[in-house]
Design a protein around this ligand. Structure first.
Ligand SMILES: Nc1ncnc2c1ncn2[C@@H]1O[C@H](COP(=O)(O)OP(=O)(O)OP(=O)(O)O)[C@@H](O)[C@H]1O
Length: 266
């Protein structure tokens, strides 16, 4: 790993709404063990506006996590071109304005739920984070002293969400955070996430689940099979606040789903 993603050239963009994240023609080729080159990303251009919820969908291996990692400043070693800009500045290392919730369970097993959530505040240099209040907000009131092994998978996700909220970053990256959850728990977590991020935070959310993307996103970016490149950008104009059952009953849902599916089925 290195942090060698080149920066996007700074441009005057007075006529464009402020974007928190911009990728411009981001491309990456790595070398396989055999020495053969492997092109992972090709000319990926996208942006996330202030307060926007953007989902990224695409087939397995198309580079979705690689894109999130590049934004987070934890890039694969390889030949990069194009660039990443975070809050208008070149991105080379992790930016403290960004929180990152990865797919796997990252709760520290030796810390209670309360201590794990408090860690989110400590990581951001925030003292006085009310971990118990955040745990209550995500439905974990009464489990403050529980250790991760005493919580179900869904409860651990709630605790991780509370920890990200404790960081109070204005932008959150989420890599399939609910991918391993059962259907009902996943829907509960989606509702909880929408409530908690509101319209202030910007979110870049990777998922395989097209219904999840439509439920959450203002815009869905479809990445095609490797080398990953943007093949479609789909605005989602469903009214907010959104509820899963209302979303899937909306006539626009089928149209959106079919458009996404037509890009992804092979
Ligand atoms: N450390 C690495 N070294 C070399 N190639 C890698 C490395 N990590 C990932 N890759 C390759 O980069 C490509 C993109 O991987 P990435 O994890 O970004 O895809 P993804 O779209 O997130 O996949 P999934 O949906 O299955 O999680 C894959 O083809 C993978 O084989």
């Amino acid at each position: 790993m290195n942090a060698s993603v080149p920066a996007v050239e700074t441009r005057q963009r007075a006529d464009v709404p402020s974007n928190v994240i911009e990728l411009e023609r981001l491309s990456l080729t790595v070398d396989r063990k055999s020495g053969e080159p492997l092109e992972i990303l090709r000319d990926v251009t996208l942006e996330i506006g202030q307060g926007e919820f953007v989902c990224v969908v695409g087939p397995s291996g198309c580079g979705k996590s690689t894109i999130l990692n590049a934004v987070a400043g934890i890039s694969l070693a390889g030949r990069w071109s194009g660039g990443v800009r975070v809050y208008g500045e070149e991105s080379r290392t992790f930016d403290s304005r960004i929180g990152y919730m990865v797919q796997h369970d990252t709760l520290l097993p030796w810390r209670t739920a309360r201590e794990n959530v408090a860690l989110g505040g400590q990581l951001s240099g925030r003292s006085g984070v009310d971990a118990d209040k955040l745990l209550a907000q995500v439905g974990l009131g009464g489990f403050e002293k529980s250790y991760p092994h005493q919580l179900s998978g869904g409860m651990r996700k709630r605790a991780q969400l509370a920890r990200i909220l404790a960081q109070n970053t204005s932008t959150i990256l989420m890599d399939e955070p609910f991918g391993a959850l059962d259907y009902l728990t996943k829907i509960e977590m989606q509702q909880l996430l929408l409530q908690q991020v509101g319209e202030e935070k910007s979110v870049l959310f990777v998922t395989h689940d097209l219904t999840e993307a439509i439920t959450l996103a203002d815009r869905i970016i479809v990445i095609g099979p490797r080398p990953g490149t943007v093949v479609d950008v789909v605005p989602v104009n469903l009214p907010r606040p959104r509820r899963h059952d209302e979303v899937i009953d909306d006539p626009q849902f089928r149209i959106l789903y079919d458009r996404l599916w037509s890009q992804l089925k092979h």
